[in-house]
Design a protein around this ligand. Structure first.
Ligand code: RIB
Length: 308
């Protein structure tokens, strides 16, 4: 089994839940408030670890109370934290999440995550090269990715980018990435194109993997467009569904599964993750996913779209 390194953000999520989200200038009464561990990088590392991946997280936290909470919780998740960067005089990343009817809106304050930069990645490159599958997102500086991806590509690493939050990417970077996994709202911006999904999928066969919520995941193999189904669940919170998909997909790839099989593994894990509140709370363990795979269930989800 290959080893997985996740390079990415680590946040504390401040989640509020309300029956209706306020318009600008309006106040509404909410129902619940809770804190949970989040950040796309941390979420993807936890998802991969729970599914049996051998995972290390590369990223930054502040030298503050939230940093200590993050470390304590992540240690229980069997994720190697030995390369974490602790930043003096900067708060740990924080995300403010409004949850309503299983959907969410998120504002992230990056804090220490902006220190997962070129100078940090240079200091851990030798360690990073010990991993086989490297998983990135876009909540840490893009220049850091643009700097390290050519090095990883030269060393024939499998590079997965979950491009969220969406940013336009350089063609050169896209060419060096092995798998790019935007959702259906992100791919146009990332590829800077108004071409149809079908056209773009054909342009990037076996690379561009578009997650489409309840419609499943679509990619183009060498000959045709393939739709990989999702499972049928009652969604209560879609926060972290995309992260669960990415972490699970990385596990599938690290185990040498094929593309379709790795995507379906990701879909089952993501489907299970939305049945509980909180980005990481519902992330499934390996046996839960295996049970569903064995039962051969592959119905369309009746939950809401999984967008982050
Ligand atoms: O993808 C969900 C995550 O996005 C949340 O955990 C939040 O921290 C933001 O990074």
């Amino acid at each position: 089994m290959g080893k997985i390194a996740v390079v990415g953000s680590i946040n504390i999520d401040y989640v509020i839940e309300a029956d209706r989200l306020p318009e600008l200038g309006e106040t509404v009464l909410g129902n619940h408030f809770f804190l949970s561990l989040g950040g796309k990088g941390a979420n993807q590392a936890v998802a991969a670890s729970r599914l049996g991946g051998d995972v290390a997280l590369f990223g930054s936290i502040g030298n503050d109370e939230n940093g200590q909470i993050i470390k304590g919780k992540m240690q229980k998740e069997r994720v190697d934290l030995s390369h974490l960067n602790t930043i003096e005089n900067h708060p740990s990343g924080a995300a403010f999440i409004e949850l309503c009817d299983s959907e969410n809106r998120i504002v992230v304050i990056s804090g220490a995550n902006m220190h997962t930069d070129v100078s940090y990645i240079n200091s851990v490159t030798a360690e990073l090269l010990k991993y086989d599958v490297i998983l990135f997102q876009l909540e840490t500086p893009l220049e850091m990715m643009e700097h390290i991806v050519p090095v990883l590509a030269e060393n024939r690493k499998t590079i997965i980018l979950n491009p969220a939050p969406a940013l336009k990417l350089k063609e050169e970077l896209i060419n060096q990435i092995t798998y790019l996994t935007p959702n259906e709202f992100e791919y146009g911006l990332i590829l800077d194109s108004e071409d149809s999904m079908e056209t773009l999928l054909k342009q990037y066969p076996n690379k561009l993997i578009i997650t489409r919520g309840t419609k499943g995941v679509t990619y183009f193999d060498d000959e045709k467009q393939i739709d990989v189904p999702v499972i049928k669940v009652d969604a209560v919170d879609t926060t972290g569904a995309g992260d669960t998909f990415s972490g699970a997909f990385a596990v599938g790839i690290s185990e040498g599964k094929g593309l379709y099989e790795s995507i379906y593994f990701g879909n089952v894990a993501a489907g299970l993750s939305v049945t509980k509140k909180g980005a990481q709370t519902g992330m499934p363990y390996r046996n839960e996913v295996e049970q569903i795979l064995k039962a051969g269930l592959s119905h369309e989800s009746k939950g809401e779209d999984e967008t982050n």
